[in-house]
Structure formats: C-alpha cells, structure tokens
Design a binder for this molecule. Structure first.
Ligand code: BDR
Ligand code: CA
Length: 316
C-alpha cells in the first residue's frame, strides 16, 4: 500500500523483551501499518530499560521518525514483578548494544495515547499492547472520552487451556497488572487476544533461527541473537527446541489474519485471589451467559507465521 491513509494506524505499547523486539521489527517495516508511536511500560524489565530498549529497536529498524514515550513504571495496584530470569538483565540480551540517537519524548506515554486518540476519528486507532496493560488502562481511566476512537485492542496476554507461565494460573502480562487487564477487558471496545494457547504453537527452533541469521541484514542478525538467548530458558522449561514467539502474533494477525483461528469468548480477570491472581477465565465453551468481549485466538498456522516473519525480516 502506498497511500498512508489506507494504512492501519496503530499505537504500540510494549516492554521489550526479545519477543516484543521481534514484534516491533515486524511492525516497523510493514507497509500495511502506520505506527503512530511506541510507548514503553514497566514489565519484563523496569521502565528505564524498556524505554531505552524501545529507542534502540526503533532505531535499528531505521524508523527515526517514530516517537518513543515512557509510560507507567509499574502496575496500578501491585508491585512490579519483572522477568530478567527469562529475558536477561537488559530485557533484550542477545543484541549488540549502542546509544540510540532517538531521544525519549518528554510527554508521558499515557498522555500521548490520550492525545492521539482525541485527535483521531471514531473507530480509527488500533492499540497493540504486548506488555502489562497499565498504560492502556490508565489512559481509559484518565480520559474515558477516548473510548469511541479505539477501533480495537490487539493484545498479547492470558492463557486458558495452556495454563500459566508465571504461576499455574496466570500468564505474565496479565499477572503483572491484573487490575489494568480488568479495566481493559471491561472497556467495551473490540479486543483480539493472543494468549499462551496460541503463542505456544509458534515456538522457535534452531532451523528458524538459522534461517533468520542467513538473511544477512542487521535487523535479522539482531533478531537471531535475541532468539538464541530467549530460547534457552523456555526450551528447558517446555522441553522444546526454542521459545514461544508471543508478542509478534499481534502484528502477524494485523498483517495476515488468516494465520490464526479466533473464537468470540467472554474473558474475565481474577484480581483478588492470591493463588490465581491474573488468571484469565476464558469462557471458551460458552458455559456462562456472559456476552463475549474478546476474539480469543486458539490456533495458529506455524508454517505461515514463520514464513511471514522471514519474508518481512528479509526486507530490512
Ligand atoms: C509475555 O510476557 C513476556 O515475558 C513476553 O514479552 C510476553 O509479552 C508472555 O507471557
Ligand atoms: Ca512483552
């Protein structure tokens, strides 16, 4: 697509994270997307690091025109829980670091989201959160008037049949800020949700990483380095050959929706139980009378997902 008015306008909210990094790379050279900005949240690593990582990754992708903002440094109620055990001290271990020339914008990320949505038409902007949902929930709380401007929220989070990856009940992004997830689930706008049920169907393996490395461009090499690091912990955890490519599912769906099968489901968030904090109660079989609030992804075509990833990384 050449005309920017035909592109899908999106705001990305993330916590890089090697899989967030791959998500950013997929988004930032996609001719189908108009990335209005990237907002960092505290998540996999603290905000100071995720915000720096966003600038490094956006710069690596050659998108010096895309503004980067720092959002909230921690959840609405809970203490921040981070995941250096999986992502390394930096969050994106596996790349060669450099000091980015892109500067962090002074505006708070939540205010950027609000301002962008207020300036948009009804149903115009797609939000793509791939970390804890703190910034999105705070924007909705601070400025409920922005709701009609949200076309959809395409997010990575939750788990149903797969069980949790941080506790037996909960997936990391929802576990970290269950109160924010609760606000988002009840916001009334269309939500497309990629949880572990589907992200565990797109596990990396040494062949994929080798294919990416052979692409011979900087972004592909950085991606391969990060996937080498990222795969180690999860490969042992899942007795697999690599790790799940969670966050890129969101952008892959925007680019090629038929890769995934979705089902309308009601999803509710556990916010009070200590044992099951952040559990996503997905009514997959429609056993309640609750009206579905989410398009829940439950199946992915791994071959087509990997083909898309390689095709787009090759274009850097
Ligand atoms: C999610 O948590 C983080 O570790 C990943 O970046 C992904 O967003 C998976 O549970
Ligand atoms: Ca993430």
């Amino acid at each position: 697509m050449s005309n920017s008015s035909q592109k899908i306008p999106i705001i990305i909210d993330c916590d890089p994270g090697q899989d967030d990094a791959l998500m950013l790379f997929l988004a930032l050279n996609a001719p189908e997307l108009d990335v209005r900005g990237v907002v960092a949240c505290g998540g996999n690593v603290p905000l100071a690091r995720t915000e720096l990582n966003c600038r490094i990754l956006v710069e690596m992708a050659g998108r010096l025109d895309v503004p980067v903002f720092a959002g909230c440094d921690g959840p609405m109620v809970e203490q921040l829980f981070t995941a250096e055990y999986l992502h390394g001290e930096t969050g994106i271990d596996g790349i060669d670091f450099f000091e980015p020339t892109i500067k962090k914008r002074d505006q708070h990320g939540v205010d950027f989201i609000i301002e962008t949505l207020r300036a948009a038409d009804v149903d115009e902007i797609t939000l793509v959160p791939t970390g804890p949902l703190t910034n999105i929930a705070m924007a909705l709380r601070k400025a409920p008037d922005i709701l009609p401007k949200i076309k959809q929220i395409v997010l990575m989070g939750g788990a149903s049949f797969e069980g949790g990856n941080v506790t037996p009940s909960a997936e990391f992004n929802i576990y970290v800020d269950p109160h924010a997830a609760d606000v988002v689930m009840r916001c009334g706008r269309p939500i497309v949700m990629f949880g572990l049920d589907v992200t565990h169907q797109v596990m990396t393996d040494p062949q994929l990483v080798a294919d990416i490395r052979s692409l011979d461009n900087k972004v592909a090499h950085a991606s391969a380095g990060m996937l080498d690091f990222f795969g180690q912990y999860d490969a042992a955890k899942y007795s697999a050959e690599g790790g799940p490519l969670h966050d890129p599912c969101t952008i892959a769906w925007l680019l090629e929706p038929s890769i995934f099968d979705l089902k309308p489901c009601h999803v509710a968030i556990e916010t009070t139980s200590k044992l099951t904090r952040g559990h996503t109660a997905v009514d997959f079989w429609g056993v309640t009378e609750n009206t579905p609030n989410v398009e829940w992804a439950f199946k992915a075509n791994k071959q087509r997902f990997f083909a898309l990833l390689i095709e787009r990384l090759a274009q850097y």
